[in-house]
Design a protein around this ligand. Sequence first.
Ligand code: RB5
Length: 143
Amino acid sequence: MKKIALAADHGGYAMKEFVAGYLMANGYEFTDLGCNSEASVDYPDFAHPLATAIQNGDAELGFAFCGSANGITMTLNRHKGVRAAICWQKELASLARAHNNANICSMPGRFINEQTAAEIVDAFLNTQFEGGRHTQRVEKIEL
Ligand code: RB5
């Protein structure tokens, strides 16, 4: 069973709650790193703990949410070893895993619906990194 962690700001809170319920209904275990309401918060306060969970092995894969997915993804990708990809349709989630070995899927909570989010979750969790020619490309990302 993959170790999964979730994080969001207030702009992504509602979609995080939906995805948490979807994961639970499908038998996945996960850690919810907040936020815990729609009260205004700063996305780095939730992105950094998610990135740290990936770095230290507490989570293998993550789902991150903010209104646009931009702020939380920018923050996540400052962390070595974290590859967060913004996904707004299932094909992007599949490609993020298959080609980029993404370990965090970021979703724009204000720009997708729940059905799309569920499709993205399935695609991200059920696609493996293809390796091959993509390996050296991914290895060149780190500075
Ligand atoms: C919050 O209003 C919004 O700015 C945030 O969720 C995100 O979209 C930032 O990138």
